[in-house]
Design a protein around this ligand. Structure first.
Ligand code: ATP
Ligand code: MG
Length: 340
């Protein structure tokens, strides 16, 4: 199919590539947005340090992993050395401090899976979520950012995939579809699997970075400036990779027995992870292993209804890439629910 597609589309492959690249470029946040994020972080640091002089703030998520599109919210982690603190108390205290400094829409969500305080800064217009001591997220943010530093095609592919997922309504974990974090891991895995590979497996290489967080050892090769040529033997372009990505998830992935694993740079079996049956709410209908919390399946939010939605969307996207006259437009057409 790959060859057939290339033959059929050769006439418009250059145009298609240019179109995908221009979409990618239009999604990159402008420098002034980054400056505003820094400004807000500096303000938050000042406020937090008054109450907790030893504490530190870290950016994580899409504002720090290089997969953030323009106008994203920012995710901040407040690291308080003491592991025994009561997170709810800290969050409520933090909410008080923020409120009295004129930050807007301050909302402590102490009962969420990851408890946070939400806020909006009227000066920069940026919204922000602050969590407490979620250092694994800070470390997985670094892993994603380091992968992005190896080959620009990862960032291009992930921007297109995230943009597609948001347009088609399949980036909503509360509705049983996947998080942005899960989609980026799917992109990394896909590029590790290309032949020749476009990305290496950083956790399978000599560790140059190593931290222990919540008793989990997180170690990987992080001198990515030495890996800039890694993918150069593979000349695939963004249009081919977008097609390949959707084709893999539509027709190539074995949903019954496979788990994708960025940690090992390969596909592993559900059997090996004991993810073959439903346990509690975890149904393991699409399996994406977290690179550090290896017992954690990022597909666990997917249920028997949403797996159908997801797979139909992957098939639609693959077919659009294969047959549509103008895939770049059709791919991102907003999903409109029908009620018949
Ligand atoms: P968006 O642009 O959609 O905001 P994002 O990169 O911020 O994308 P989210 O899915 O909102 O992605 O997640 C923010 C960060 O939280 C991730 O980068 C990751 O570090 C962490 N994270 C999110 N979901 C999980 C999860 N299920 N397990 C572990 N870490 C997670
Ligand atoms: Mg985010």
């Amino acid at each position: 199919r790959n060859l057939k597609w290339q033959m059929e589309c050769r006439s418009d492959i250059n145009r298609l590539n240019a179109h995908f690249l221009s979409i990618y470029e239009s999604l990159i946040p402008p420098e002034e947005e980054k400056a505003k994020q820094k400004q807000l972080l500096t303000l938050l640091e000042k406020l937090v340090c008054k109450e907790w002089p030893e504490a530190r703030l870290f950016l994580y998520g899409s504002c720090a992993n290089s997969f953030g599109v323009s106008k994203s919210d920012i995710d901040v982690c407040l690291a308080i050395g003491d592991a025994d603190i009561n997170k709810s108390e800290v969050l409520l205290k933090l909410a008080d401090i923020l409120q009295s400094d004129n930050l807007q829409n301050v909302q402590p969500l102490t009962r969420a899976r990851v408890p946070i305080v939400k806020l909006m800064d009227p000066v920069t217009g940026i919204s922000c979520d602050i969590c407490i001591n979620n250092l694994l997220a800070v470390v997985n943010t670094k892993l994603l950012r380091d992968y992005a530093g190896i080959d620009v095609r990862l960032r291009q592919l992930a921007f297109i995939v995230k943009h597609w997922a948001k347009s088609r309504g399949v980036n909503e974990t509360y509705q049983g579809t996947l998080s942005s974090y899960a989609y980026v891991l799917m992109c990394i895995h896909f590029l590790q699997q290309r032949k020749p590979a476009i990305l290496p497996c950083l956790q399978g290489m000599r560790a140059t970075y190593s931290v222990t967080v919540d008793d989990k050892k997180c170690a990987f090769f992080d001198q990515v400036e030495n890996l800039r040529d890694f993918g150069s033997r593979n000349r695939e372009t963004i249009a081919q990779l977008v097609w390949g990505f959707f084709n893999y998830w539509a027709y190539g992935h074995d949903y019954t027995s496979s788990v994708i694993s960025v940690r090992t740079g390969s596909v592993i079996s559900k059997l090996e992870k004991d993810w073959t049956r439903r346990v509690g709410n975890d149904r393991h209908l699409i399996c994406i292993e977290d690179p550090f919390e290896t017992s954690h399946d990022l597909g666990r939010v997917v249920d028997k209804f949403s797996i159908k939605v997801l797979r139909e969307e992957f098939e639609r996207a693959a077919d659009v890439m294969h047959y549509a006259l103008n895939p770049c437009v059709k791919l991102f057409e907003p999903y409109v629910p029908s009620f018949d």
